[in-house]
Write a new protein. Structure first.
Length: 260
């Protein structure tokens, strides 16, 4: 098949005006036969080189766009703490003090939240257990009863949820201390059950920007800013608590489950 294609190419060459047929009998004959392969190979290499260049440019562009987007998101979450730090005491100070106090009186720490807020609360609970505290997620089958020496940390970003209100009410009636995290400390329904409130100045679903979001695409929609701020806040809390409770990285890691 390859010989046939080359033979056809040679036939085409011989029909060209001014083509010297004596070349077929000269030392250039092999070049003429294999020239289509040479041309094809050169073209293939050139195409491959161009494709590699385009792929590299695309990867660099993607990496740059990811980095730019990540920076914008981090900056938006960081702005929450710029605003929250103006409150006295700050949500970081309040949360660290409340957990440290519960640990000092050998109390248990319970956490509760709904939706994505609930996921952030569970992440905090895991780290509190790593710090050596008796930490529990409300709703788990092994959750013990709350008593006067214990602390409940509940999140109600938009101000209140029926389930959060109910859980906080139960904790309060049983003598537990209640820390409510919220972005709506003035109007939230959960605040009335709180022993102390930590204000996180972040956008939630209850914000007034809903009308604007209908015509524009927000960087972080709905309650994402608040939820992202929760994660960052809890990492700061764990960092501070590790020092307050005298827990080394080795001790923290030693409490991680081996059932995985």
């Amino acid at each position: 098949m390859c010989f046939s294609r080359n033979f056809i190419s040679i036939q085409k060459l011989t029909r060209l005006k001014g083509f010297n047929k004596s070349l077929l009998e000269s030392e250039h004959y092999s070049f003429i036969i294999f020239s289509p392969f040479l041309f094809q190979e050169t073209a293939a290499k050139q195409t491959s080189k161009e494709s590699s260049g385009e792929q590299l440019a695309m990867e660099e562009s993607t990496a740059e766009s990811m980095s730019t987007l990540a920076t914008r998101i981090c900056n938006q979450i960081n702005s929450v703490f710029t605003k929250s730090s103006t409150t006295t005491p700050s949500p970081l100070e309040i949360t660290v003090d409340e957990i440290a106090s519960a640990a000092a009186r050998r109390g248990k720490v319970f956490v509760y939240g709904v939706g994505r807020e609930g996921l952030m609360m569970k992440a905090l609970c895991m780290r509190l257990a790593h710090l050596g505290l008796s930490a529990h997620c409300v709703g788990d089958m092994t959750t013990p009863p709350i008593s006067s020496s214990d602390l409940l940390i509940a999140s109600a970003g938009p101000g209140g949820f029926s389930t959060v209100d109910a859980i906080c009410g139960v904790a309060k009636r049983n003598g537990g201390r209640v820390l409510v995290l919220t972005a709506q400390p003035e109007s939230g329904s959960s605040v009335k059950y709180a022993s102390v409130v930590a204000y996180i100045a972040a956008q939630t679903m209850a914000d007034h920007g809903v009308a604007m979001e209908e015509t524009t695409t927000p960087l972080l929609p709905m309650g994402s800013v608040y939820e992202g701020a929760m994660f960052v806040l809890f990492e700061m809390v764990v960092f501070k608590l590790s020092s307050v409770l005298g827990q080394s990285p080795h001790e923290i890691r030693s409490r991680h489950t081996n059932l995985e």
